[in-house]
Design a protein around this ligand. Structure first.
Ligand code: ATP
Length: 264
C-alpha cells in the first residue's frame, strides 16, 4: 500500500556563504502492506513530517521512488487525494468560520463524494466520534478534542484506503485520547484501513501499533514489532525509556535492524 524506495529529500538553506544543504531524509526504504497499523517515530527534526509530505504529494523526493495506493504522490496528487486521508494534529483542514457540518459538505464537493455515500458515512462517523452536539458550531469555537474529531472525520468521509496521521492525539486529555485510540483501532480492525501514525506519545504506540519504524537524522534506524523494539533495551522498563535510548544513540543495535545514528 505504501512503498518507499531509496528516498532522499534535501533542502538548501541560508544565503550566499552561509548556504548549506539539509538532508531531511536519506536513503529511506520501507513498505507498508494493506491493513497494517504502523507507528512512525523519531526525535524532533528527524524527518517524519518530510516523509509524510512526500507520501501525500506535498513535497517531491530529491531522489528515489514513492508509491502510495498504487500512485506516484507527486504526479498524481489529485487522484491520490481520493485514496488517502491525512490528519495533521497541529493544524486543521477545516474552515475556521464555518460550522463543522458545512466544512464536511465542502469536503464532499471537493472529493466529489456521492451524496448517499456521504450521508451514510457521515452518520456513521458522527455516531462513532460523538459529533452531534457540535455539528452546528463554527470550528473556531470547538475545543481541541472536538476539532480533532472533526478533522479525523473530514479525512475519512471519502473512505480512503490509507490514513496518514501526524500527531492526532496531541494536546488531548486522557479521556479524549482513549476515545480517539479506540476509534482508530476499530477503523483498522473492522474496515481494514491502512494507518501510518506519527506521534511523540508512546501510549499511542503501545495501544495501537504492532509495527514501529523509527527515523533518526533522516535514516531508518529501526523497523520491527513492538516486542523487537523493547528487546533493543532489555534493561529499560518503559517504552519511553527504550525509545529515548534509541534517540540518543546509546542503545546497542538489535540484530538485523541496522540501527544507524551517524550524523554525517
Ligand atoms: N522546507 C524546509 N526547508 C528547510 N529545511 C527543512 C524544511 N522542512 C524540513 N526541514 C529540515 O529537515 C529536517 C527534518 O524536518 P522534519 O520536519 O521532517 O522533522 P520531524 O521529524 O517531523 O520533526 P518534529 O518531530 O519536530 O515535527 C529538519 O532539520 C528541518 O529543519
Amino acid at each position: 500500500m505504501i512503498e518507499v524506495e531509496r528516498v532522499g529529500r534535501s533542502f538548501t538553506v541560508g544565503r550566499r556563504r552561509a548556504r548549506r544543504t539539509v538532508h531531511a531524509v536519506r536513503d529511506l526504504s520501507f513498505t507498508v502492506e494493506a491493513g497494517e497499523f504502523v507507528g512512525y517515530l523519531g526525535p524532533n527534526g528527524a524527518g517524519k513530517s518530510t516523509t509524510i509530505k512526500m507520501l501525500t504529494g506535498i513535497l517531491a523526493p530529491t531522489s528515489g521512488r514513492v508509491e502510495v495506493a498504487g500512485l506516484d504522490p507527486t504526479r498524481r496528487r489529485t487522484a491520490l487525494a481520493r485514496r488517502i486521508g491525512v490528519v495533521f494534529g497541529q493544524r486543521t483542514t477545516l474552515w475556521w468560520d464555518l460550522p463543522l457540518r458545512d466544512s464536511f459538505e465542502l469536503i464532499r464537493h471537493l472529493y466529489k463524494v456521492d451524496q448517499s455515500v456521504f450521508r451514510s458515512r457521515l452518520e456513521e462517523l458522527t455516531a462513532l466520534l460523538d459529533l452531534s452536539a457540535f455539528m452546528g458550531t463554527p470550528v473556531r469555537q470547538l475545543s481541541l478534542g472536538q476539532r480533532m474529531r472533526g478533522d479525523v472525520t473530514a479525512a475519512l468521509l471519502h473512505d480512503p484506503a490509507v490514513l496518514v496521521l501526524d500527531e492526532p492525539t496531541i494536546g488531548l486529555d486522557v479521556v479524549s485520547k482513549a476515545a480517539m485510540r479506540g476509534f482508530l483501532r476499530r477503523l483498522n480492525a473492522e474496515r481494514g484501513t491502512t494507518v501510518l501514525l506519527t506521534t511523540h506519545d508512546m501510549g499511542d504506540i503501545e495501544k495501537l501499533c504492532r509495527r514501529v519504524m523509527l527515523i533518526d537524522h533522516g535514516r531508518l534506524a529501526f523497523d520491527g514489532t513492538l516486542d523487537d523494539l523493547r528487546a533493543t533495551a532489555p534493561g529499560e522498563e518503559s517504552i519511553e525509556d527504550v525509545v529515548a535510548r534509541l534517540y540518543t544513540g546509546r542503545s546497542t543495535t538489535h540484530a538485523g535492524d541496522g540501527l544507524d545514528t551517524s550524523k554525517d
